[in-house]
Design a protein around this ligand. Structure first.
Ligand SMILES: Nc1ncnc2c1ncn2[C@@H]1O[C@H](COP(=O)(O)OP(=O)(O)OP(=O)(O)O)[C@@H](O)[C@H]1O
Ligand SMILES: [Mg+2]
Length: 343
């Protein structure tokens, strides 16, 4: 009976093509129970009209077989829909801060490098459309973006320092005033997630714009974000911004993997004396109050700033420095927290 059904289905053309659906290999399974046939197919594209046409033509054809009176058609997800689940990216982590200038991009870049140093496959997406600073910090401002030779619909991320990177800054001319409205930001982020050949990644680190706007919302809707990192500076005034960021993650049901205190203290390079310029410990206190993991403290450090300015992050330029070690420790803490969330 199955063969008879296949013969009938062989007469049905795939909409828009001159070959039959059998030759196009879309039939996944045929099962018969009494006078009912269960047919499972997959589509070659996500054109809704194709699905509609096949929903009519396949049952009609199958019912030509004597003994078949009912047909149940099941349609598998199209490849495009599947890619939306970003199944080749194990974890997306997003850094944010309540306000600008606290070192979010510095942290995103160095954490990405630190994760790669721990032998993980890492991508870095600069989603800060208003101020895409990632290319500058990695020295890739003038690197052109290429189309994936294996899939012309996708673009290749740029490889640098062991990570795969893509930034809006690599796609628009330098200093172009990018004044984007909400829906455009959402669209851009969607494209970055789906139309970039990220390949297999353990972590995709996303540097979000400051605040709680459209970029954050789109990311939460489009992808399963494993965790958020809140970057704060130790002043008391920064705390209220950090609380806003935390509330926002909570509303989006994104777990916070940790709080990192940047510009935490200063060690005089000449005499070694430590000064807590903005007071100190606000990050740890905030994390404790909100029951969030504390990832570590990054001091104010001239080498860190210089490295960012000349496109060579400190984790690459001087991996043995205490600052680089602090980033690697923070990366380890992130991995641990993510693992515990998975359990
Ligand atoms: N711990 C640090 N020590 C010294 N300089 C730092 C430190 N963290 C960040 N900076 C410097 O402070 C400036 C702002 O940092 P960064 O661009 O990372 O902040 P941001 O939060 O991403 O800012 P924006 O809101 O503009 O995106 C940069 O010049 C950076 O090199
Ligand atoms: Mg930034």
């Amino acid at each position: 009976m199955k063969d008879k059904i296949l013969t009938e289905l062989n007469r049905v053309f795939y909409p828009g093509k001159t070959t039959s659906i059998v030759k196009e290999n879309i039939i996944q399974d045929i099962r018969i129970e009494g006078n009912k046939a269960f047919i499972r197919i997959k589509l070659l594209d996500d054109n809704p009209n194709v699905a509609e046409m096949l929903k009519k033509s396949i049952p009609l054809a199958a019912k030509q077989v004597e003994g078949i009176e009912e047909v149940e058609l099941e349609i598998d997800k199209t490849p495009k829909e599947e890619s939306k689940t970003l199944e080749n990216i194990r974890h997306i982590i997003a850094t944010t801060s309540g306000k600008g200038g606290v070192g979010k991009t510095t942290v995103s870049v160095n954490i990405a490098v630190a994760l790669a140093k721990l032998n993980l496959k890492v991508g870095l997406l600069d989603a800060d459309i208003y101020g895409p600073n990632v290319p500058k910090m990695l020295g890739i401002e003038h690197t052109p973006v290429m189309v994936d030779p294996k899939n012309k619909d996708k673009i290749m991320p740029i490889k640098k320092y062991g990570i795969k990177v893509l930034s809006i800054g690599n796609l628009v001319p330098e200093n172009a005033a990018v004044i984007w409205r909400g829906p455009l930001i959402g669209q851009a982020i969607k494209q970055f997630l789906n139309d970039v050949s990220w390949g297999e990644l353990d972590f995709l680190v996303v540097d979000l714009p400051p605040g709680t706007g459209d970029a954050q919302l789109t990311l939460a809707q489009e992808a399963h974000v494993s965790g958020g990192i809140i970057v704060i500076t130790p002043q008391d005034v920064a705390l209220s911004d950090a609380r806003k960021a935390n509330d926002f993650f909570r509303r989006l049901k994104i777990p916070v993997v940790g709080v990192i205190e940047n510009m935490s203290y200063f060690v005089c390079p000449k005499c070694g004396a430590r000064t807590d310029i903005f007071s100190h410990g606000g990050g740890k206190k905030f994390a404790a109050e909100e029951s969030l993991p504390f990832l570590g403290e990054i001091p104010i450090n001239v080498e860190l700033r210089e490295g960012s300015d000349r496109g060579k992050p400190i984790t690459i330029a001087n991996p043995d420095s205490p600052v680089s070690k602090a980033f690697v420790d923070a990366a380890r803490n992130i991995i641990e927290t993510i693992r515990s969330l998975e359990d």
